[in-house]
Design a protein around this ligand. Structure first.
Ligand code: NAD
Length: 459
């Protein structure tokens, strides 16, 4: 029998209070079981994503299942180390004491996942939440139903439902779930829905992580190694059919190297996907007809340098280069989220400012340059979630790099140990010794000059 939302939550809260998830061995076993089932289902997971939007199997392996397996292995290996209370330097003001930070699970956590990396973006936060000792309700995206179903099956096979429950459904279910009281909400998706989630969480002062999107610039200066830059930009833009939150959204290229960059981009698009990209097995489709239509609509009135001819019957859009769209064109109003790449030339730093300060802080930014000063200037002058120098997208894969946005592109971060920290409350504890009880702090207070001087030194 399927439980109602409130029954599921009640069951999870009871389970959480039983203290089972506080046991490190319990968490570790759960992660190990998950690893076993994901490994056994790896082909089926890739197949599900192929059915959802023709995601190429290679991309499913390197950007979904293997990322999840690596996170599982790392969490299993490091769990004991991460969960140990951490001793910190004690304050002289508390002398004599030992000061500790305990990592406490929040309790019952709600995770909302998007469709674009439908397996990985559901599983990665789930792994962090399990490692930190929470019980979890996870809602995968309704737009990738085959992947959602397999996530449901995997979790049901590997884990106890009182520990982790998958609830499938769309906006309505998501909103119903948001009306419940959670101990933590982790949301990945658009800034628009992120705002709805944040507002809803604010009503109960529930802490949140918001992993959102943005309009990610890719700067190519006059010193860049152009063939390599083009190769890595085309790869990062076309991965997952351009439906990647950290994909380069638009290029700002120095006017002196623009023509050369464009010809290199065309060269690599053709090298990667052939002269008829639609027949290539290496390009994912747009997730649905609505997304296809809204992307094609962005191209209206623009000067297309390459590509541009979609196929509505297959939700297919080829890698497309657009020449110099204006800041008020449709293409430059929001995140593109497809294989369409605007190319805009700049001449001076002021031109760069005009673009980079115009948009809200993006999730990612990329700089292709052989000039270290230029690289450093871009990294310090502009705010963005994270990025790469002379590459695109790759910052996402390091378990040592916290992943998250800033401002409109998000709040908080995860991956590796940062996930564990994100899903844990940091409980600070001072353990006082009993053998000394300095009378100074108790009334009646003594404000003599010598005492005041001593007090000031304590802090
Ligand atoms: P979305 O915001 O439309 O949906 C995300 C989730 O929220 C889905 O599970 C959906 O069912 C739910 N949802 C949708 N509308 C809702 C509402 N009104 N109330 C409550 N829940 C609602 O996002 P999407 O289209 O699935 O994903 C694409 C967006 O996600 C892009 O903007 C992309 O940049 C962003 N994204 C960010 C990251 C990141 O890590 N920062 C990763 C992937 C995608």
């Amino acid at each position: 029998m399927i439980n109602s939302i409130s029954e599921t939550l009640q069951e999870q809260r009871t389970f959480y209070r039983s203290q089972r998830t506080k046991e490190i061995t319990y968490r570790k076993k759960a992660l190990q079981k998950l690893e076993k089932v994901v490994l056994a289902q790896e082909d089926a997971i890739c197949e599900a994503m192929y059915l959802d939007f023709k995601k190429p199997k290679f991309e499913s392996l390197v950007s979904e299942t293997q990322v999840v397996l690596a996170e599982l292995r790392n969490s299993i290996k490091k769990l004991e180390f991460w969960t140990k209370p951490q001793k910190v330097t004690a304050s002289w003001a508390n002398f004599p004491s030992a000061d500790w930070v305990y990592y406490e699970p929040y309790g019952t956590v709600f995770i909302i996942a998007p469709w674009n990396y439908p397996f990985q973006l559901a599983m990665l936060p789930l792994i962090g939440a399990i490692a930190a000792g929470n019980t979890i309700v996870l809602k995968p995206s309704e737009l990738t139903p085959n992947t959602s179903k397999i996530i449901h099956d995997i979790v049901e096979t590997a884990l106890e439902t009182a520990h982790v429950t998958i609830i499938e459904g769309g906006v309505e279910i998501s909103q119903k779930l948001l009306q419940e009281k959670w101990d933590y909400i982790f949301f990945t998706g658009s800034s628009r829905v992120g705002q709805i989630v944040y507002e809803s969480a604010a009503k109960t002062l529930t802490p949140v992580t918001l992993e959102l999107g943005g309009k990610n610039p890719c700067i190519v200066d006059e010193t860049a190694a152009l063939p390599l830059a083009a190769k890595r930009i085309v790869w990062g833009k076309c991965l997952n059919g351009g439906q990647t939150c950290v994909a380069p959204d638009y290029i700002l290229v120095h006017k002196d190297v623009k023509d050369k960059l464009v010809s290199e981009l065309i060269k690599y698009i053709t090298l990667f996907f052939g002269s008829t990209p639609e027949t290539s097995a290496d390009l994912a489709r747009m997730v649905n007809a609505q997304h296809y239509q809204s992307l094609m609509h962005l191209l209206e009135g623009e000067e297309i340098l390459f590509g541009g001819k979609g196929n509505a019957a297959d939700n297919f859009i080829p890698p497309t280069l657009v020449n110099e769209p204006t800041l008020n064109s449709k293409l430059m109003q929001g995140e593109i989220f497809g294989p369409i790449l605007p190319i805009i030339s700049y001449e001076s730093e002021a031109d760069l400012d005009q673009y980079l300060f115009h948009f809200e802080k993006p999730l990612a930014a990329y700089i292709f340059s052989n000039n270290k000063k230029n690289q450093a200037k871009i990294l310090s002058r502009y705010s963005f979630g994270g990025g790469a120098v002379n590459d695109t997208v790759v910052q996402y894969v390091s378990k040592h790099l916290p992943f998250g946005g800033v401002g409109k592109s998000g709040l908080g971060a995860y991956h590796g140990k940062t996930s564990f920290i994100t899903f844990s409350h940091k409980k600070s504890i001072v353990k006082k010794w009993r053998w000394l009880d300095i009378p100074l702090r108790y009334p009646p207070y003594n404000l003599s000059e010598t005492i005041t001087k001593k007090i000031k030194k304590l802090f």
